[in-house]
Design a protein around this ligand. Structure first.
Ligand code: FES
Ligand code: FES
Length: 172
């Protein structure tokens, strides 16, 4: 057996399955290997490159997505484990060309971050605002504790969320 034959044989032994999920409002059915991580299926099979891979071990938060209403690090999950789930990636947070309340506040406060960390930060802060419409600075910083920024820092993220809280208070 030559090397190529050996690899072919190995591939044939890898279990696969059909995965049915709803991603960003669209029902998808794809064939995956049982061993594939969710972040890889999202990025490589479905072409959704908003979730990034910064570490593959749950430290950086760059791969964060929303699964059935709760944020999760998609590098820590087998894609096979989310059969039937409803998933939102950064691509599905708002309609093309539009910004939601949090995106607008991030924009207004220069909390743009980089393409690697921003989607994770956004999901973490979104979840905070869903459960706490008037968070303190400490609560905001705690909410992004699992999302690493290695450069610009967190201050403008905090300012953006405090602005939302302030606006909501005034509107109440
Ligand atoms: S790539 Fe998932 S936490 Fe870093
Ligand atoms: S890692 Fe993204 S702005 Fe610092």
């Amino acid at each position: 057996m030559n090397i190529d034959d050996a690899h072919e044989g190995e591939t044939a032994l890898i279990p696969t399955r059909r995965l049915r999920i709803t991603v960003n409002g669209v029902k998808r059915a794809v064939r995956i290997e049982d061993r594939q991580l969710l972040v890889d299926v999202l990025r490589e099979t479905l072409g959704l490159t908003g979730p990034k891979v910064g570490c593959y071990n749950g430290d950086c938060g760059a791969c964060t997505v929303m699964i059935d209403g709760t944020i999760a690090k998609s590098c820590l999950m087998l894609a096979a484990s989310v059969e039937g789930s409803v998933i939102t990636t950064i691509e599905g947070v708002s309609a093309p060309g539009e910004l939601d309340e949090l995106q607008k506040a991030l924009w207004e406060n220069d909390a743009f971050q980089c393409g690697f960390c921003i989607s994770g930060h956004l999901f973490a802060l979104r979840q905070l605002l869903e459960t706490n419409s008037d968070p303190t600075e400490q609560e905001i910083r705690k909410a992004v504790i699992g999302n690493l920024c290695r450069c610009t820092g967190y201050n403008n993220l905090v300012k953006a969320v405090l602005q939302i809280a302030d606006r909501r208070r005034q509107a109440a």
